[in-house]
Design a protein around this ligand. Sequence first.
Ligand code: GCO
Ligand code: MG
Length: 403
Amino acid sequence: MKITHADVIVSCPGRNYVTLKIRTDEGVYGIGDGTLNGRELAVASYLKDHICPLLIGRDPQKIEDIWQYLYKGAYWRRGPVTMAAISAVDIALWDIKGKIANLPVYQLLGGASREGVMVYCHATGSDIPAALESFEHYRDQGFKAIRMQCGIPGMSTSYGLAKGNNKAYEPATKGKPEEQAWSTEKYLDFVPKLFEAVREKYGFETHLLHDVHHRLTPIEAARLGKSLEPYRLFWLEDPTPAENQADFRLIRQHTVTPLAVGEVFNSIWDCKQLIEEQLIDYIRATVTHAGGITHMRRIADFAALYQVRLGSHGPSDLSPVSMGAALHLDLWAPNLGIQEYMGYPEAALEVFPHAWSFNQGYMHPGDVPGIGVDIDEKLAAKYPYEPAYLPIARLEDGTLWNW
Ligand code: GCO
Ligand code: MG
């Protein structure tokens, strides 16, 4: 079997996605996701100009060899653009292998470790009453785990807020990046009140999560983790940027609130120290940014040695193809914690027909051979790429901060 075509499809059915379609001389094809929010065309070019020509003529069944060829063979290792491109190839090749074997990918990985994959959704509100309403809305849909984000008194906006009632949260904006003001002081004083309100009204049955989105220093993060302990969070996410992994030692010394990190990571090296020193509890790397199923499986096995569990990033800025691939990995991984499921714009669900499903707080990848997600190319062509950027954050005095 040989690869005959590798085509990149960039579309914007509600938001931008970079999809790779690999075709073979036997008619079998596979689909992969390489979306990198706000830098989509860099990945599209990396694929189109540098990877696709190298794939033609290769045996698509040699997933590992192709992975090593693209990783070691580029000389320039790692980095979000390179790794998103490798991920797209890897997911498409697993899709092809599943179709050849006539098995869903989770069966190729070793079979299901559970009935379904627990997922968490995003509740958001401009103030506490609105956030509580949003919580109730998702709880009534059956979610067992809910991420809570809320507007902060005295701040015009904050991370994780929907732009309007009943709208999904979408950080990217068309045109130039939006600038948002940030006040750590106001945030730190407010967050415990949000979680107190949720626990007081709804008790402890639902898992609660919160994303700090890199806004704090280690000692501030330690204070937040400590102040949230009475509300028993499932996790506190990205409390501080993680380039310096040793920073997390300080947070760990002060709090037993579980920590989740890694949505911006692209290889096992980014999380090596965090995992080895047990500085985190959940690793959030994804199949789309951290080298596909091949590399994520390696991260999962490494994490398992230290009782760190998978908690993959699953925002709407990764395509439904990514969600499918993640769910196969999740269903297999003995050390699954939880999977993020933010939902998708209606148009995206139409462009990507999928076998995965949601039921009462759990998801399943479906049992069709391969990944179980396709792309309707004709429909995708109706939604051309629209330049969009993630926001940036500044402190109230104008200093550029971590968004
Ligand atoms: C999350 C994330 C996202 C990111 C987004 C960036 O936890 O889901 O923080 O909302 O901001 O994926 O592209
Ligand atoms: Mg996050």
